[in-house]
Design a protein around this ligand. Sequence first.
Ligand code: KIV
Length: 270
Amino acid sequence: MSIQSPKINKRVTLKTIASMKGKEPITMITAYDALFAKLFDGEVEMILVGDSLNMSFLGKEDTLSATMDQMIYHTQAVCNGAKLSCIVFDMPFGSYTTPKIALKNATRVYQETSAQAVKVEGGKEKTNIVKILSKNGIAVVAHIGLMPQHVRSEGGYRVRGKDEADISRLVEDALALEKAGASIVLVEGVKEEAAKAITEALNIPTIGIGAGNVTDGQVLVWSDMFGFFEEFKPKFVKQYMQGAKNIRDGLQEYKDNVKSRAFPSKEYKY
Ligand code: KIV
């Protein structure tokens, strides 16, 4: 039996999200434009403007060439469409290499969009970035585990937390990021045991993607979960509709209608 969860009727803040830890699973999906953001708004607690847009929206092989200007443009569109869900801006590769650069870019995010937090990939080595942002009033979602921005340097996407030593490293990373001021830890591509250890060790919420069913929330990329992105399908993605197939079927019908002059029929004429 499926539970029909209620609609959200007031702006979700990071305080709301913090209060959900251990009580109610947090739902998050990505969005890249106002049209879809409006559809998702108030249905999920959080919307991530992920740099995954570089792949699904721009057709690139990985996320690494996304820029601050692109991310700001898409986040402004998402903010125009979504007025209730808590919006997170994904800091693109190269935009947070030093605390000074990170602060300059993240300040731009708060000034030019209404996103409520920025997301950065990295473990312990990024605590100086998380610290400077949170000390300056910018909320941070720290992304650990499989980090897509490392795909070139690591030669692929690697699942983490496969042994005790790696689980301990991930827990240490998560604790250090929490101590540095992170508001949420997003855990991607780890064995469920690792996600469990991280979630239990932290006071702040965890949001998982490909991390099993033990985190405080879940996130999926919208074009994956609705079956629009066809390049590849990660194991952890459940497809809730066959988007690409539906579009193709609709397109075929439109084409046939036009070719046969069945469209526009009487009701579509002035
Ligand atoms: O860019 C993105 O969409 C992400 C998700 C995979 C969490 O970082």
